[in-house]
Design a protein around this ligand. Structure first.
Ligand code: PAF
Length: 298
């Protein structure tokens, strides 16, 4: 595994791979890597494929009162995880490489701007799409891997790729969870032991929503209310949102149909946790599925 801070050196390495007929899979990260990132890197690897991981804590996607300064930075452990997971190259750009003086461009995707995380984190997704566009231009991968936990990010990046005709395939990997259901996140390390015990209630509430839909509920309002109640049952949570939207367009739903995204965000102490499930709603002519049947994915 090699590592570099230089975009030019990275390009030279990747050009040499391409000359040998190898393809490039790319896993962008902000470091503080965990088993969810490891799963992405392992999924990215394959015959004839080289895996590039970037580690860059992107200032553009943090609000002024957010945790940019405190965001965990664990470079030695990150490099060890990348190596063990099978990464070929780790790109660790400096802020000056990503945003040289006078940088004046923002990539904005006009989708889902009033739902889920967007209204609570103004500018966040512009920061994400801008850095991902820049990284894609440096790495020029054939395949880009993102995690389903950040569902809104994945939808917006997918739309950016489609709208701009970027020559890359987006692969969204399932959320990796602890045994008790908590979605892995770099911010889980902010949880105190008591908060960590309470944290799986978020996913339990989402699973409750999935069961409701599977049992025939088609009112988005009632599903939303059930998620809110489920989260409120754990009094340590401070709910930010619980919403039900179309999984592809992020349009809010009234009646559930097609693939819907049930997503929530809540603070537990200083950790802001997000999670979601995607539910495929059977067509109206199909009977509601019984709990033992498949057809619903997280
Ligand atoms: O998901 C993340 O870690 C970040 O949002 C990303 C995609 C690396 C962009 O900074």
């Amino acid at each position: 595994m090699t590592r570099t801070r230089s975009a030019a050196a990275l390009r030279r390495t990747l050009d040499a791979f391409r000359l040998r007929g190898e393809t490039i899979a790319f896993v962008p990260t902000m470091g503080a890597l965990h088993a969810g990132h490891r799963a992405l890197i392992e999924r990215a690897a394959g015959p004839g494929r080289r895996v590039v991981v970037s580690i860059f804590v992107n200032p553009l996607q943090f609000g002024p009162r957010e945790d940019f300064g405190a965001y965990p930075r664990t470079p030695a452990a990150d490099l060890a995880l990348c190596r063990a997971a099978g990464a070929d190259v780790v790109f660790l750009p400096d802020p000056g490489t990503m945003y040289p003086g006078g940088f004046a461009t923002t990539v904005h995707v006009e989708l889902g701007t009033s739902v889920l995380c967007a209204p609570h984190r103004p500018g966040h997704f512009d920061g994400v799409t801008t850095v991902v566009a820049k990284l894609l231009n440096i790495v020029r991968p054939d395949r880009l891997l993102l995690g389903q936990k950040d569902a809104q990010q994945a939808v917006l990046v997918g739309r950016m790729i489609g709208d701009l005709g970027l020559p890359v395939v987006l692969d969204v990997a399932p959320t990796v969870r602890e045994a008790d259901g908590l979605a892995l996140s770099s911010r889980n390390r902010y949880l105190t032991p008591e908060e960590r015990t309470a944290a799986p209630a978020l996913y339990r509430a989402l699973q409750g929503a999935r069961r409701l839909v599977r049992d025939g509920e088609r009112s988005a309002a009632r599903v939303r209310t059930a998620v809110r109640r489920g989260i409120a049952a754990e009094s340590r949570f401070r709910l930010q949102y619980a919403e039900v939207v179309d999984a592809r367009t992020l349009e809010p739903c009234r009646r559930l149909s097609g693939r819907v995204l049930v997503a929530a965000a809540a603070f537990l102490g200083r950790a802001r946790l997000i999670d979601n499930v995607v539910v495929t709603v059977p067509a109206a002519s199909e009977p509601a599925r019984r709990p033992s049947q498949k057809g619903v994915v997280a």
